[in-house]
Design a binder for this molecule. Structure first.
Ligand SMILES: [Zn+2]
Length: 314
């Protein structure tokens, strides 16, 4: 009797275990299938989101392309085909201008023979307009020399009257980004394409706000020089597609190197480095660079005496 009831108990226990295992397997299956569908759903949401983002980006770049159609350059007139100005006032561009696209090629070639048999200087002033702009303009005016000013959008914002004066006195303008802040333009030493292009666009708008929408410049000077950063190839490709030129330099007066230099040190540095047939000289139009202004007459006289012509980048 006892034996029989033990047998019954074992049988019930066994039955219970089978039920328990079945229920357990059932729940695991339900959870598994549910999880699978949840994941699939998530994936779909995810891929849908990426698809939508891509569509949005494509639309955005289409809009941007439509918004800023860059006109084709007319070499003869030094104005664009749709009548927009290039870099400087038309009279000055015709008389003193030289294609920045060609100068970009020359600077890349590392071979600097005289330009059309004439030894040539391009004086370039970066970072302005500043508290020194008017003095620089006065020196240039005295010698009837034209120069190229690579302005930042933020400086233009603060000195619109000075920008107008630069332009009206027949000098050329180039775009030197808006903020000039390396960590925005090249975080970690690598180009941020979007930030850089946004700043070029903002600066162009800022210049146009002062000079009118018919103005635009093809000359871009990358802050710190285009050779100092990684990932610039995409930018150069973009410049080529838009008809823009990256203008570095092959000579300096040294006003941005090391500590403050005296005017005579700047003159010497310029004579040492600007000794080619074609020279793009880097100088600065900044509040603290007053020695640059003092050195300018001697630099101009030295090169005039050597028979150089002075050109502007358009
Ligand atoms: Zn600069």
């Amino acid at each position: 009797m006892r034996k029989h009831s033990r047998h019954l108990k074992r049988k019930r226990k066994k039955k219970f275990n089978i039920y328990f295992i079945c229920i357990f397997v059932f729940f695991i299956s339900v959870i598994g299938v549910g999880f699978y569908f949840y994941c699939m759903d998530g994936k779909d949401h995810c891929s849908e989101k990426i698809k939508r983002a891509k569509e949005h980006l494509n639309k955005k770049s289409e809009i941007q392309e439509k918004k800023t159609p860059l006109p084709k350059y007319n070499e003869k007139l030094d104005v664009s085909n749709d009548g927009r100005l290039v870099g400087a006032m038309p009279e000055s561009a015709n008389q003193h201008g030289y294609s920045s696209l060609k100068v970009w090629e020359i600077l890349q070639s590392n071979y600097f023979p005289p330009l059309e048999d004439k030894k040539t200087i391009f004086l370039t002033f970066d970072d302005g307009p500043s508290g020194n702009t008017e003095e620089i303009l006065a020196v240039l005016s005295k010698y009837k020399i034209k120069a190229t000013f690579f302005v930042t959008g933020s400086a233009v914002q603060h000195n619109p009257v000075k920008l107008k004066k630069i332009y009206e006195e027949g000098h050329a303008l180039g775009n030197h980004t808006f903020s000039h802040v390396f960590s925005i333009l090249y975080p970690g030493g690598v180009l941020n394409f979007l930030n850089f292009n946004n700043e070029i666009e903002q600066t162009e708008k800022q210049i146009q706000f002062v000079l009118g929408e018919s103005f635009y410049t093809r000359s871009i000077r990358c802050p710190g020089g285009s050779m100092s950063w990684q990932g610039m190839d995409s930018l150069f490709e973009d410049f080529k597609n838009k008809g823009l030129a990256s203008i570095d330099w092959n000579a300096v007066n040294g006003d941005a190197e090391g500590g403050l230099k005296t005017a005579s040190e700047l003159v010497n540095k310029c004579k040492e480095t600007a000794k080619y047939g074609i020279n793009v000289i880097l100088m600065h139009d900044k509040d603290e660079k007053s020695e640059t202004v003092k050195a300018l007459p001697e630099i101009i006289e030295y090169y005039l005496h050597q028979g150089y012509q002075f050109k502007i980048l358009i």
